[in-house]
Write a new protein. Structure first.
Length: 246
């Protein structure tokens, strides 16, 4: 299996880089399994103080891999919960585009920073599905009125809007300059205190998992198996409009 996630360590910060240019870092089964394994390793390492989730290319994550039938909503729930529950801070470094499930990854992270080049969209409704499972990490964090607009329209929005609505913690023309300040601050914090502080801020997100994960997995599975979704995804892969687009 090719390496789709690369690891690098520097002064207590472990960077996990998504590197699947073939599908713009989409959430294939293999990528999710490798990322889950790396996160589990980071959780158990006393040398790791925080984790940065980064990417190669101009796309942080394109969302679900529509060409991989073995990529399941259950696997995505497991991955998202692993990020949320990791006893160390996880920072999303977004220097490009993110769509669908990629936004779920951003929402699962404790801190998310983006460059001015970044663009975002919940494009599921244009494919015949809905942003179901990723709601577990996003709805507790996003401005409700903004979530309504972007969930329902699938519009693309920029980094300033992502910051305004709570998707990103901060933005900068040079995202690594911003990231450096945050990781330096985290190095000054006691590991036990960081873990307990994280437990406080993720409580609402974990409650959403406990309450809604099973029903959202069922919803996602039902929608992806529908005739409407098959047509929407076929149209997307063939680079044409689906029949409902007017």
């Amino acid at each position: 299996m090719p390496a789709l996630v690369h690891r690098a360590d520097a002064r207590g910060i472990r960077t996990l880089t998504l590197d699947s240019p073939r599908n713009r870092n989409a959430l294939s089964r293999d990528l999710m399994e490798q990322l889950h394994s790396e996160l589990t390793g980071a959780a158990g390492s006393e040398d790791v103080r925080a984790v940065v989730l980064s990417h190669t290319g101009n796309t942080f994550c394109a969302g679900a891999d529509l060409t991989d039938p073995t990529s399941t909503p259950e696997a995505l729930v497991r991955l998202l919960r692993t990020i949320v529950e990791l006893p160390k801070p996880v920072i999303a470094r977004v220097d490009g585009h993110a769509r669908g499930g990629g936004l779920g990854l951003v929402g699962a992270c404790d801190i998310a920073v983006g460059s001015v080049a970044s663009r975002f969209a919940f494009g599921e409704v244009r494919l015949g599905v809905a942003p179901a499972v990723i709601s577990l990490t996003l709805l507790p964090r996003l401005d409700p009125r903004a979530a309504s607009r972007y969930y329902l329209t699938g519009e693309v929005f920029d980094v300033a809007e992502a910051h305004r609505i709570g998707l990103l913690s901060d933005v900068h023309a040079e995202v690594d300059t911003l990231l450096e300040g945050i990781t330096d601050a985290l190095r000054r914090c006691a590991p036990q205190a960081l873990a307990e502080a994280k437990r406080l801020v993720i409580a609402e997100v974990l409650a959403a998992f406990d309450r809604e994960a099973d029903s959202l997995v069922a919803l996602s599975s039902r929608l992806f198996a529908s005739d409407e979704a098959r047509e929407g995804m076929t149209a997307f892969l063939e680079r044409r409009d689906p029949p409902w687009a007017r």
